[in-house]
Design a protein around this ligand. Sequence first.
Ligand SMILES: Cc1ncc(COP(=O)(O)O)c(C=O)c1O
Length: 439
Amino acid sequence: MSEAGPGGLPRKGVPYADVIAEMEAASAQDADWRAARTWSLVYHADRAVEAIVQAAYSRFMATNGLSPVAFPSLKRFESEVMAGVRTLLRAPDGAAGSMTSGGTESLLLAVKAARDWAAVHRRLHGEYEFLVPETAHPALYKAAHYLGVRPVPVPVGPDFRADADAARKLVTPRTILVVGSAPAFPHGVVDPIGPLAALAAEHGILCHVDASVGGMMLPFLERLGHTIPPWDFRVPGVTSISTDLHKYGYAAKGASAIVYGSRALRRFQFFVQPGWPGGMYASPTLAGTRPGGAIAAAWAAMRFLGEDGYLQLARTASEAASRLMAGIRSIPGLFVLGEPDMTLFAFAARDFDTYAVGDSMRRRGWRLDRQQLPPSLHLVVTANHAQVVDAFLEDLGQSAAEARGQAPGVAGAAYGMLGEAPAGTDAEDFLLDFLDQAL
Ligand SMILES: Cc1ncc(COP(=O)(O)O)c(C=O)c1O
């Protein structure tokens, strides 16, 4: 980097080729997701999908989805993406939604819409609560934190699915929403959406299904003949569903979708300010400026792959996941947690240190997220991982053999998600320090 000027900018601009070279060098230690040795964070189908997504993103990189008037192209892309998503989610006639920047934004909007719906339809003000399974994504707790709604955790059973009977006892007059995951990220199991949605309907409240990770995979697995627990708009009482296009939709980062059962419900998601001197302002989602690149790239991925392409990718990923699970179950001392409904799952060691297995795998170049409660290692399997199944299982067998007999140690920081805080530290402080030091 040339000498820094005030504020850390280089005094003179750096030539194009040098900037490119610096970026290449900077990424040398990044996770090599194309080689399929990383098991989270990146959903890579293959080079062909990557190429079309990249082309679309670059072509529309400067555009802004905030104004459908200025960019009719983006309006068309978003409406076609949403039509495709509505079909996959089996949404009823009259359903409506929006593209958002990711699973977190979609969930924030689902909670906001539920809160504002309750204020109008149930004249409920002040303290709001919603039911959220313990295994549901932290984005729901983030939504609660940002929106002033109290999350009420619903315990999960030994199968890691939300306990619908326990949920029933947690409903109060202040409950505005019941959430279920399809599936929950940690163990890949779908919550009992039928009973949860029925509970919501009985109390005249809303039910959101977080299908962030499953919405672009479960419909194709169903077509491939897999038995999938009911989770979509065919389940009576489900009022909204979110699904991420930047996960198993294989789009570029920054693309998710939320669908409500009716346009009337979607209106509670919107924000408008008619009196702004800059002009009457209307924003459908949380973001102001909406990156056109992400919208165009999602459209391009769906157009390029079509149903056949997604079916093929789902088939390859689920075969790879089945081979992995069978291989893991055959390694002495290792087991898969629960009965995963999809292509993501967790495994652990029965009587030796699970995290030591993860450490050994890391030394062999594999990046696995650590989970807790109980300790486990996590895999999100995509079609791209089919090429490494045998090599992974071979290394896992050796890593388990190495870890066997080792006493459980202190986990410390791992990749992606953190395992657990070092003994004697406050977990919240540990995580806040982690964020502080990362930036
Ligand atoms: C079930 C579920 N919900 C929500 C999210 C959050 O999505 P994002 O990271 O795109 O905000 C994830 C991410 O993995 C997820 O698996």
